[in-house]
Ligand binder design. Structure first.
Ligand SMILES: Nc1ncnc2c1ncn2[C@@H]1O[C@H](COP(=O)(O)OP(=O)(O)OP(=O)(O)O)[C@@H](O)[C@H]1O
Length: 618
């Protein structure tokens, strides 16, 4: 229901609000210089060659028409004086026209080759830029739907931008060609140019109007298009197939998909039909204009004001001019449309991360001295009224193993995200060795944290790459990968796989092997050991492991993390009790902190939770 409402409101209202005037379209062309700068950066050589070839190609239509005129006049001259037959000049003209035709053909082919190569390079260049910029942005920016829409538009329009590139180039070429042809026509009859504009202007305005409508519709539909993409993914993906079958959800997903698609179809169809009907009318006007001019030229020829050669030259120029002008005007709306979409693209690059490295960052300490101190830290997620963490004050000492305990939603994961500066506190401060965490180099900080979240990614990559992502710089370091696998017990698994460390994991690519939940977890856990991190954070690292594996993992964990700090989040008290201290969270606040024994003696919240779980085993 919520999305139904969304669809009606955003698509239809936005289509009014976001409609564009001709002035706005012209203003959008202001985005083109920046666009050209990006094209130029992609490949200066190809850009300049493309431009030169197009200028050369622009001159050929006029040259061919003019040579054609000379040939016809020459032939007519011969037909009037059959005795004098020195054909040398005529043959030269024919050879020239032939050469021009070949030249024009070669130039066209070279241009389309360069267009497609430059387009591919440009598309790669912009996709890389989008990925690079997205990587600098904050996590909460990804959780903001307006931002997400911008990212989607910037990403989806990669093809559009490639098309825009060749459209802009063709537009330039056609404008130059038109300049040449118009110059030829003006010499004979300047009024014909005026007639041409009058005949074509309505068609241009019509195109422009319908492009506005189509842009508004597409832009207004972005949230629904995202939903459609999501439904498409739900309905046909290896990740979702299991639940879709078990819960028999395919009908539900398909119905929702069909409902949204039908609405798109209806909204788009209405516009397409109107556009087509008006298009026919405008085309008729253009044709009438052309024949009007044709009659004028024929009358001039009949009265002897122009020769037959000039008649063909003028009629040919006029016909080509009309086609060119129509193309230019139609393309103008498409180009300005593309230029408007560029605004989304540039706006995406204008979004700046808030979580950044200070101007003069402090390097991460070689050895942590006093630890991480939370000073009345509070955090609220974007657009959320509730505090996920509040009034947190405690110190994680160097070398200490701290366990975080609390019911679902108590704020445990949020706390470790603050430690990794995935978010900054809304209030209070986190200090490292007495200095605000924000003063440290961000990359350095993250390099010194080995962190595995509960919703780690199952990369559809090889076994060893799945471990190497923990420190991708070491992706070729086989012995490090193997030792990390040993720490997390993943090494035993690798030995059983047909491809061992090179085994492709997951089902998406050929010869991939799917792992069990616990096996995936061992692989993910190995990522934490890829760095010589000073603080290890494991967010429910063993939830999917069996009891024996969990015991072994923690034996190795304490050996490996000797002298290092660690934060463990777990709902299993058998794991939690191994920690030096346990921090109990409730509704985001710290309610108890102490060792397992201290907290049991205290007989408070921890003791209650512990006894509750212990009862389950009795
Ligand atoms: N990205 C987010 N945007 C908005 N709210 C969030 C986000 N992530 C978590 N929350 C909210 O913040 C609160 C704390 O969530 P958090 O994930 O820290 O809990 P947790 O203690 O780790 O829970 P669990 O044991 O279920 O993993 C919850 O109420 C949750 O709904």
């Amino acid at each position: 229901m919520a999305t139904n409402r969304l669809f009606n409101k955003s698509s239809l209202q936005n289509s009014k609000k976001e409609s564009l005037t001709l002035k706005e379209r012209l203003a959008a062309l202001g985005n083109l210089p920046e666009f050209f700068k990006m094209v130029w950066q992609t490949s200066p050589r190809m850009t300049i060659s493309n431009l030169f070839l197009r200028i050369a190609r622009s001159a050929t239509p006029l040259a061919m028409l003019y040579v054609g005129k000379l040939i016809i006049d020459q032939v007519i001259l011969f037909s009037k004086t059959p005795q004098q037959h020195d054909l040398t000049y005529l043959w030269e003209l024919i050879a020239l026209e032939f050469a021009l035709a070949i030249c024009s053909d070669l130039l066209s082919r070279a241009i389309s080759l360069l267009d497609s190569l430059l387009g591919d390079l440009f598309s790669k260049h912009t996709s890389v830029q989008i990925m690079e910029h997205a990587a600098t942005l904050d996590l909460d920016q990804f959780e903001d739907s307006i931002f997400y829409d911008k990212l989607e538009r910037a990403r989806q329009q990669t093809v559009g931008r490639t098309i825009l590139l060749s459209q802009v180039m063709s537009q330039l070429q056609d404008l130059i060609t038109m300049g040449f042809l118009a110059a030829g026509l003006i010499v004979f009859n300047p009024w014909l140019i005026l007639l041409l504009f009058v005949a074509i202007l309505p068609s241009f305005l019509g195109e422009s109007y319908f492009n506005d409508q189509s842009y508004a519709l597409t832009r207004g539909q972005t949230p629904e298009r995202r939903e459609l993409d999501y439904l498409r993914f739900l309905g046909a993906s290896d990740e979702t197939a299991k639940e879709i079958k078990i819960f028999n959800l395919s009908g539900f997903v398909i119905d929702r998909f069909s409902l949204l698609s039908d609405r798109f179809y209806k909204a788009n169809k209405r516009l397409a039909v109107q556009r087509s009907a008006w298009g026919v009318f405008f085309a008729l006007l253009g044709t009438a204009g052309y024949y009007g001019a044709y009659v004028v030229i024929i009358l001039d020829a009949v009265s002897g004001k122009v020769t037959i050669g000039e008649l063909t030259f003028l009629a040919g120029s006029f016909r080509q001019l009309r086609t060119l002008l129509e193309g230019i005007l139609t393309r103008f709306t498409a180009v300005s449309q593309g230029a408007i979409y560029l605004r989304d693209f540039f706006e995406f690059f204008e979004i700046m991360p808030k979580i950044t490295t200070a101007d003069k960052p402090i390097p991460f300490p070689k050895t942590i001295q006093t630890g991480f101190t939370f000073e009345d830290v509070g955090f609220r997620y974007l657009n959320s009224e509730r505090w996920a963490n509040r009034h947190l004050s405690f110190t994680l000492f160097p070398g200490e193993k701290l366990a975080l305990v609390g019911e679902n939603g108590a704020g445990k994961t949020t706390l470790v995200k603050l430690l990794a500066r995935l978010y900054d506190p809304t209030e209070g401060r986190i200090l490292l060795d007495g200095i605000d965490l924000k003063a440290y180099d961000l990359a350095d900080l993250r390099m010194n944290l080995g962190i595995i979240f509960q919703d780690y990614i199952r990369y559809q990559m090889s076994f060893s790459q799945n471990i190497a992502v923990g420190n991708i710089k070491e992706k070729e370091n086989e012995s490090l990968i193997k030792s990390a696998a040993h720490q997390s017990l993943a090494d035993q698994l690798a030995e059983k796989l047909p491809g061992q460390y090179d085994q492709m994991l997951g089902k998406r690519f050929s010869e991939g092997v799917e792992l069990s939940g616990g096996e995936w977890q061992k692989v993910a856990l190995a990522r934490a050991y890829m760095k010589d991190a000073q603080l290890l954070i494991l967010d429910e690292p063993t939830a999917a492991l069996d009891a024996r594996a969990e015991y072994e993992v923690f034996q190795r964990f304490s050996e490996l993390t000797h002298g290092k700090s660690a934060v463990l989040i777990s709902h299993r008290f058998s794991t939690v009790r191994m920690a030096d201290r346990i921090l109990v969270l409730e509704k985001g606040e710290l309610v108890e902190i102490g060792s397992h024994q201290q907290l049991l003696d205290k007989n408070g919240r921890y003791a209650e939770l512990f006894n509750l779980q212990a009862m389950g085993y009795r």
